[in-house]
Structure formats: C-alpha cells, structure tokens
Design a protein around this ligand. Structure first.
Ligand code: AMP
Length: 709
C-alpha cells in the first residue's frame, strides 16, 4: 500500500511489509489506510485485489469526500509469471518455481474491476509505458488535485493468450486486478497487478492512463457496458444558470442530481457528464457528493473538469453531444459557454441553429446537428449541440426572476429535463439506424435468425445503438493486413478486434488504424500525402491494386466507414467524389487509356472513411488474391455515385457486406469469363478488350477520357 500525501511525500506500506518486516494482514492494511486518510492524505494501496470481494473491503474506505480509483496492471501473463519466478527476497516468499504455480492459479480467478463496484476512476495498464504514464499521473498530483473519473485503457481479455500461457506453464494463469481510491483533496489509490499472486503478494508500482477503451465482447453484456466508455454516446453539459444567471448552487446541484437520477435508467449505454472548467468548481463538488450519496451509477453520470469545447483533444473524453447554456435569441457572444461554443463551432452552428428555430423560452432546449464542416465536429467529434435556456436570477439582467426560487427551480428543472429528453431523442434515432443496419447485414450476409443472432447480436444491437460508431465490420481486402487476415476471428485482444458469431466486429485493430492516424494528423505524414484539403486528405494507396490507386480520406472524427455515413455527410461525400474526379482528370491527362472507378468498400479493412479511386487495369503486384479482386469487382464495392444517391434519398448507403462476395469465383470485370487463379485472371485481363458490362457504363460509374467514350 502506498500513501500519497502531496508532492514529495510518499509512504510505502505494502501489505507484505506492513507488519514490521513480517507479512501483514488485510486488517492492518485497512487500519493504516484509515489513519492516513484521517490525516487528510491520499493513500495508495498496492496489493493484488484479484476479485471483487477482496476489493470491496477497500472500497468501503470511500465516501462523498474520498474517491476510490483502481489501477489495473493487466500485464501479459507470461511476463508476470516470469517476473515472479525470477525475483528474489520477496517479503511473502513467493518466488521461484512455487510462485509460478500460485500466480498461475490466481490469474485464473482474476475479475477485472468495474466502475459499478464503486470506483470513480479505473485505469488499465497493459505495458510498462502505460504503467509509467499512470505513475506519472498520480505522482504528479498536488494535495488538492484530482484526476477525472471514468474508465481508461481497458481492452478485451485475450482468451487465446491465456491458453498459450497454460501450455507454456503446463498449468496456466491469468492476471490479477487492482484497487485504489482518490479524492479531490485526499486520495486513496490501490493497485492490483497481473504480476501478483494471492492476496498476500504485492509489488510493482503502476499508474495510469490511456483512453479509447475497446468494447468487450467475449465476457457478456455487463462487462461490455463498462468496457466501451470512450466510444459511448455522451452528452457533456455545463451547469445551467449558475454562472451568469447566479442561480443558488445548493438548489441547482439538487436539481441536477435529481434530474440526472430520473434519466440515468433511460440511457442504455449512453452517459451524461457535467463539465466545468476546474475540478475544484463548487457546483462540480456539490453534484459529485450528492450523486455519490444517491449512489448514481458513476459510469452513467460523472463530473469532468475541462473546457467543453476541448474535451476530446485536451481531456481525452469523447463526447458526441454537448449542451450550450444559450441565450434566448440563440446568438453567439455574451460570454462563458455560449460564446465559447459558438466561437469554436464557427458560423456553421449559427446557421444550422437559425434554420431550426429563432429563439428559445426559458426551460426549453433545441437539438441542432452540427454540420460536418464545423471545426468542432472535425476536431472534437461533436455531432450535435443542444441549446438550452435556464432561468435568469441575475438582477443585472432583463427578465430576472427576482429571487423567486419557486419559479426558478421549476424552470431550471424543466431546462435539464428538456436537455436530457433532447439527448434521448438522439439516442433513439441512432438506435433505429443501427437496427436497420443490422437487419440489412443479416439479410445480405445470409445469416438467418439463428440462436446466436437472435439472442446475442440483437442484444448487442441495442447496446451498439448508443455506440454505433464502434460497430464495425471488418472484412479485409488489403494485403497490407495480411497479418490480420490470418488472425483469429474472435476475441483477439491483441488487435483490439472482437468478432461475434455473426461476424460483427466491434473495434479496429491497431493494424487498421494507419489511415485514421493520417487523417487525424496529416502534417505528420506529409511524405505519404498527395494533397491536404480542408476536411479531406488525398494519398497514394500504399498497396495499390492497379496502376493508379489513390485514396480520398475524410478527416471527420467518428466517420470510420460507410456504415457511419448519414445524410449530414452528403456534402462531404460529394466533395470527396469531386476531389476524386479532379485526380482522375490529372491521371487521364498523363495516360488517356486509363479507365477509373470510384467507390467504397462495404466493410473496409482500414478505419476512417476513404474513397478508392482505382484504375481498371488492375495491373499490380499487390493484387494477390481473391479477396483483393472481389473487393473491387463485386457488389462489395459500392460506387461513389450510388452511395451519394442513396444517402441523398434514404439518409444512408447500402452496405453489401457479405462474406461470400469476397470468396466468389474469379471473373473478368469486362467479359465475365471465369478464371481458376489470380495469375490466369491477370493474364486474361491484360488482353481482354470486351466492352465493360452495361451496369458499369451507366450512371458515370466508370470515368474515362472524354474522347474514349
Ligand atoms: P479498405 O479495405 O477499403 O479499408 O482499403 C484500405 C486500403 O488502404 C487498401 O487498399 C490498402 O492497400 C490501403 N492501405 C493500407 N495501409 C495503408 C497506408 N498506411 N497508407 C496508405 N494506404 C494504405
């Protein structure tokens, strides 16, 4: 156990040493922690805390003033075992061959910590760098500093690795968890690690960090809910009427907590976050304490210190919806949140707002979709702003309620209710679209309503509804990902990819993130890029499947693939198409014989929406297999012109994500003749002069030099 008492004063009291050199007991550990906490200091408890039961004892140390954090050292099992075997002089004498067996046994019992146990923050560390980052985050805290609540860095368990380790050891293991606690003034943090043995084993310091946790699939719903956090639909909202309009903070915090309490059960996997600029803000601490008293699920509602317009980029908290404490005329300016949001969102927000409504009554709210051209959309991934107007208690302002708190409270409650209802309406919309998408997938993939689909995936669908951005299907087409093609199709935590029985994949593996990283930070990849535009990046495909093969990459956050595209993206799709055509023109200028097709893969292998612009010679060493060919020459390839039309008409594009399309027999894209293998197909298409099929000749699906038509 470790106790932090402000910078520079670190006490190490771990359980094996707490008893004056003899192995200590848990009771001694709790007692020491209590006494340190009473002194107003923070405590760091370093022990295995493998399961919920072991952690529960320490969680009881928490209170409205004392947050409990967990830092989970989820290091590779093999590493834990080998470290424990190699160590010498361990206080609990768990070392050598004996340690391996114990660690092995313990790791099998591992139960990952959850926010629902009562932690306000959980950090998962999977390697030494993350451990160091966590250490840095905690050791850098001053006496009155805190860390934001939430679950950070969790990824799925890797069943395959566990099995490997079992073989390695001829016995098998699994890692162990951790516990900790912290508060704004004092903090108790305890750590569990994969590396520990039973409850009497300790060691190793670690701390915190990363974000963007992955969704867990293999472990059942309850865990999945917790694991998704940073991809969850989130409404970030400021306290309304308390700053400019000077509403009484005690009353305002009561109203916030009561209204949140009413809405939390309706949120599904979504969450609400009350935001203020500093962690020490009075309204945040009042709300934190009151929410804790009411035992409101801290994974569904928590407070966060940060600027509402920079939560993702500066705070690592992804929120797709933010609330604006608006003025009644819904105009920029004034100050505070309203001024900041309008400024950050640019003219787009004002225009989109005015198109919907011109003014707002106190207690009401309006949901405004943020155009994808808005900097707030692109930079922070915010898709909607909900303007909300509260009561005015400030005598300096017109229409003040003159201290009439009866009326004021009523209006403030109405304001939060309108706000949360607006957010719920968005969740419902999203749920509908995901349901449809899923049905389409079942239809096109030929997956019947078998038991798994009916019981498992439809349930997922409900959860995915609020996290639709993380609902992906990954069918590789690129050999860039040869490694991924050979990966197991289920529960691969190494890649971060998890696939259900029906082939639905929930997250992108690290191999699939290259385009995403380029889109997010194009300036770091200048050498690979042909052109950087306002919201689009153009680059050569790194593994071109034809003489000319480029990608038009969207930069918008939350736009991972075609399934994420909605009518708000129509302009973007048109722009991407136009940019593609511009490049085609350039290529045709260099070689007028080329013919191009522009389109999207139904289920891309790489994250971040990208349009393929590809010449139809398919003359490339990188075109190596059936999957490559069929991903560009079956219905799996969705022509950009069709996508635009469908999104224009139906608000979404058709996704033809059928595994069988990629394994179809190899047929020439011109004459449709069948070929036994890629070399034979390639030698055929080099000479085939048959006109392209009528389907491709229609609707400008093929683009060629004007005089060649
Ligand atoms: P898709 O299956 O639609 O996701 O296609 C992804 C495309 O990205 C493939 O054509 C790959 O060859 C290409 N690709 C993969 N990695 C990179 C990279 N780092 N830079 C550029 N293109 C890439």
């Amino acid at each position: 156990m470790k106790c932090f008492a402000g910078p520079g004063s670190l006490f190490t009291l771990w359980k094996d040493t707490i008893g004056n050199g003899k192995a200590g007991t848990k009771a001694q550990c709790v007692k020491s922690a209590l006494s340190v906490l009473k002194d107003g200091k923070s405590v760091f408890i370093d022990r295995c805390n493998l399961d919920r039961e072991q952690r529960a004892e320490f969680l009881k140390l928490g209170s409205a003033q004392i947050d409990v954090h967990a830092v989970m050292l989820d290091l590779p099992t093999q590493l834990c075992i080998s470290r424990s075997v190699k160590r010498t002089g361990h206080e609990g004498n768990l070392q050598g061959g004996k340690a391996a067996a114990v660690v092995n046994r313990m790791l099998q019992k591992k139960e990952l910590p959850k926010l629902s146990e009562g932690f306000s923050r959980i950090t998962f560390c999977h390697n030494d760098a993350e451990v160091q980052a966590a250490l840095g985050a905690y050791s850098g805290l001053g006496p009155s500093d805190g860390l934001p609540p939430g679950c950070f860095g969790q990824k799925s368990q890797d069943a395959k690795v566990q099995v490997g380790i079992m073989k390695f050891l001829k016995k098998a293991e699994g890692p162990s968890p951790v516990v900790s606690k912290v508060n704004s003034n004092q903090s108790v943090a305890s750590i569990g690690s994969s590396e520990k043995k039973d409850s009497s084993l300790e060691r190793e310091q670690m701390p915190i960090l990363p974000n963007a946790p992955q969704k867990e699939e293999s472990k059942g719903k309850e865990d999945a809910v917790q694991a998704i956090d940073n991809d969850v639909c989130t409404l970030a909202f400021p306290s309304i009427s308390t700053a400019d309009f000077q509403f009484n903070l005690e009353k305002a915090s009561d109203i916030i907590v009561e209204t949140v309490e009413e809405f939390v059960p309706k949120l599904g996997n979504a969450r609400l976050v009350l935001v203020d600029l500093t962690y020490e803000s009075k309204i945040l601490s009042l709300v934190r304490a009151k929410a804790a008293k009411k035992s409101i699920d801290s994974s569904k509602f928590f407070t966060f210190a940060g600027n509402i317009i920079e939560l993702s980029t500066k705070g690592g908290l992804n929120c797709n919806v933010i609330a604006n404490a608006a003025n009644w005329r819904l105009k920029p300016g004034g100050g505070g949140v309203n001024a900041a949001i309008f400024k950050a969102a640019g003219a787009d927000l004002e225009k989109a707002t005015n198109e919907r409504v011109k003014s707002l009554l106190p207690g009401s709210a309006v949901v405004v979709p943020l155009p994808s051209t808005s900097p707030l959309y692109n930079r922070e991934g915010i898709t909607h702003v909900i303007h909300v107007l509260g009561p005015n208690m400030n005598p300096q302002r017109p229409n003040c309620l003159n201290n009439d708190y009866n009326k004021g409270c009523m209006v403030l409650r109405q304001a939060y209710t309108s706000l949360f209802e607006g957010f719920l309406s968005l969740l419902k919309l999203q749920e509908k679209s995901v349901t449809k998408r899923h049905e389409e997938f079942l239809h096109h993939s030929g997956h019947g309503p078998d038991k798994n689909v009916a019981n498992g995936d439809l349930k997922n669908k409900r959860d995915d509804a609020v996290v639709s951005i993380s609902s992906k299907k990954s069918r590789g087409s690129g050999d860039e990902v040869e490694t991924h093609i050979t990966r197991p199709r289920t529960g691969n935590s190494d890649s971060g990819t998890q696939t259900t029985n029906s082939g639905m994949t929930k997250a992108w593996g690290s191999w699939a993130q290259a385009l995403y990283h380029i889109a997010m930070n194009p300036e770091r990849h200048k050498d690979d890029i042909l052109e950087i535009l306002e919201d689009v990046v153009v680059l050569n495909d790194a593994y071109p499947k034809a003489q000319k093969h480029i990608l038009i990459l969207a930069q918008a956050r939350g736009l991972d693939c075609l399934a994420d595209v909605h009518e708000v993206h129509l302009e973007l799709l048109r722009r991407m198409h136009a940019i593609g055509l511009k490049w085609v023109e350039k290529f045709l200028h260099e070689d007028s014989q080329l013919v191009f097709r522009l389109g999207y893969h139904s289920a891309p292998s790489m994250r971040q929406l990208h349009l393929h612009v590809i010449s139809q010679d398919f003359n490339s060493v990188h075109l190596k297999n059936k999957k490559h060919w069929n991903s560009f020459n079956t219905a799996f390839f969705r022509d950009s012109v069709d996508v635009i039309e469908e999104v224009n008409k139906n608000g979404k594009a058709m996704i033809k994500d059928d595994e069988s399309l990629l394994s179809m027999e190899l047929r020439c894209h011109r004459c449709r003749s069948a070929h036994p293998n890629i070399p034979r197909l390639k030698s055929h298409i080099q000479n085939c002069q048959v006109p392209f099929p009528a389907f491709l000749l229609q609707s400008d699906r093929l683009v060629r030099a004007p005089d060649s038509n």
